[in-house]
Ligand binder design. Structure first.
Ligand SMILES: Cc1cc2nc3c(=O)[nH]c(=O)nc-3n(C[C@H](O)[C@H](O)[C@H](O)COP(=O)(O)OP(=O)(O)OC[C@H]3O[C@@H](n4cnc5c(N)ncnc54)[C@H](O)[C@@H]3O)c2cc1C
Length: 391
């Protein structure tokens, strides 16, 4: 089948894709990723070190801040290629190199950018996002109880976060906190704070979870944590608005991760269909199993077009709120459905921890829930279609 991305990717983009694909194949094979993922709450330092050596942390960070530069298309290509073998562990790259760096890039002061982005690009600094609270992630603002009050020389931070991925190994936590109650709208009076993880008063606990087990997602308690004035990212009270762009773009990276998972699922399903035999023939001769994999190929094609169309628009400076939401929802539903069928194709081996289908299933399952649930994503799409806000 012709490469459907021919009209979207430049020759340079295609070369970049080849280089990343070869690196992933050589340095991050599936069996190696599978072993890393198994080690609960043991940060996959080996993966991090390889990402650093490859220069991956600097992709999308402008050269003036020590990065490699590169467009949203490059970041989408990288996430997809890595996720083919690493699945959810792609977030070891994404949480710092995408979410943390993007937020600093869009909202940080010139001093913060100069001080922090080169460290991110060279892998000497990790960030984690601490937005969600125990009171709810979909209604993020309704659940927001964490507060930062102005004090002599800085801020006093109190509150609790949940599911902060990478918090236990991060150098800085990016925290969303209410800084002003006297506001007309609840989107106002919220600020973004850059919190050094090792300050007194911070307690971090990994949560047991079914996927991405090596890369801990944590509860974080802030018990009267004193921060300097330089902790503020961007403008006081504008934190919610400053986050929106990054959150939109993050959906595209999630979608690309799901697309990579679809690649991995299809690859492994085809291999098994060709080699496993039943009733004297390869199981790939049974029509129903052929239909399963044909469905997967159609889902992948749809996800691919949605994602790369949105990434191209972003690279051209066009808005992508609707496109990114659609891409994220479609890709996560397809990837999870495909991984489920993949388990069926592999039969008992699909349920084995020694093959990768279960890992693809567990990791794509999460991406239907976070960072924005697919139900909430559809609410946003419906609203953009002109229907009244449902929430
Ligand atoms: C493994 C993992 C890693 C994560 N990493 C991070 C991280 O690094 N940083 C961070 O800040 N957060 C992180 N999260 C949090 C994630 O973003 C939230 O779990 C997600 O936003 C959903 O919030 P919730 O879990 O509170 O579910 P809830 O908000 O309680 O939702 C429960 C259900 O209600 C539905 N629902 C709620 N409101 C509506 C509505 N208006 N219409 C229709 N349906 C609705 C939801 O779709 C969902 O099905 C992570 C979560 C997990 C599980």
């Amino acid at each position: 089948m012709e490469d459907m991305l021919d009209s979207i990717l430049s020759e340079e983009d295609r070369y970049f894709r080849e280089v990343v694909r070869a690196w992933v194949e050589r340095e991050c094979p599936k069996a190696w990723c599978r072993e890393l993922e198994r080690r609960e709450d043991v940060f996959p330092q080996d993966l991090w070190d390889k990402l650093v050596a490859f220069g991956a942390l600097g992709i999308g960070i402008p050269e003036e801040f020590g990065g490699q530069g590169g467009s949203m298309l490059n970041q989408v290509i990288f996430a997809r290629e890595l996720a083919r073998t690493a699945a959810g562990l792609t977030w070891v790259w994404g949480v710092t190199s995408f979410s943390g760096a993007k937020l600093l890039l869009y909202a940080g002061s010139p001093e913060q950018k100069q001080a922090l982005l080169p460290k991110i690009a060279t892998g000497t600094l990790k960030t984690a996002m601490a937005f969600t609270e125990p009171g709810g992630g979909t209604d993020l603002l309704g659940g927001l109880r964490t507060r930062a009050e102005r004090r002599e020389g800085g801020w006093l931070l109190r509150g609790e976060k949940i599911w902060s991925t990478g918090a236990s190994v991060a150098d800085y936590l990016v925290v969303l906190a209410r800084t002003d109650d006297a506001v007309e709208r609840r989107t106002q009076g919220i600020s973004l704070l850059l919190v050094p993880r090792d300050l007194p008063g911070i307690e971090i606990q990994p949560l047991p979870k079914i996927g991405m087990r090596a890369y801990s997602s944590c509860t974080v308690r802030f018990d009267d944590v004193y921060l300097g004035t330089d902790a503020l990212i961007g403008e006081e009270g504008k934190g919610w608005y400053q986050s929106l762009e990054m959150l939109n773009y993050e959906r595209l990276i999630n979608a690309a991760t799901c697309l990579g998972i679809l690649d991995g699922v299809i690859e492994d399903a085809l291999e098994y269909l060709r080699t496993r035999r039943a009733f004297g023939k390869p199981i790939g001769q049974f029509q129903i199993l052929q239909h399963y994999v044909a469905d997967m190929a159609m889902w992948r094609a749809q996800a691919e077009l949605l994602i790369f169309h949105a990434a191209k628009r972003q690279s051209e400076g066009k808005p992508i709120a609707m496109e990114a939401a659609m891409a994220k929802i479609a890709a996560s539903e397809y990837a999870n459905r495909a991984a489920d069928l993949g388990i069926q194709i592999l039969g008992g081996m699909g349920y084995s921890a020694e093959t990768d289908m279960q890992r693809y299933w567990r990791d794509s399952r999460l991406l239907r829930i976070g960072p924005i649930s697919n139900e909430m994503g559809k609410n946003l799409i419906a609203e953009q279609l002109g229907l009244p806000r449902s929430f």
